[in-house]
Design a protein around this ligand. Structure first.
Ligand code: SF4
Ligand code: SF4
Length: 56
C-alpha cells in the first residue's frame, strides 16, 4: 500500500518537500511517488491544491 498521484497533478511541486521520506519526485507529465518508500502519512495530500495524491 502506498499513495499515488493521479493525472490531476499540475506539477506545482508543493508536495515534494513535504514528504518525510522524500519519495516524491518530478516525472515526465506529473509528480510521482515511489511506492517502495511511501509510509502513507498523507502529508502530500494535505498540501496538494488539486487533491491529486490518493491512497491506493
Ligand atoms: Fe510521502 Fe507521506 Fe505522501 Fe507517502 S503519503 S508520498 S510518505 S508525503
Ligand atoms: Fe502535483 Fe499536487 Fe504534488 Fe502539486 S502538490 S506536484 S499538484 S501532486
Amino acid at each position: 500500500m502506498a499513495y499515488y498521484i493521479t493525472d490531476d497533478c499540475i506539477s506545482c511541486g508543493a508536495c515534494e518537500s513535504e514528504c518525510p521520506v522524500s519519495c516524491i519526485s518530478a516525472g515526465d507529465t506529473k509528480y510521482v511517488i515511489n511506492p517502495e518508500e511511501c509510509i502513507e502519512c498523507g502529508a502530500c495530500a494535505d498540501v496538494c491544491p488539486v487533491d491529486a495524491p490518493k491512497p491506493e
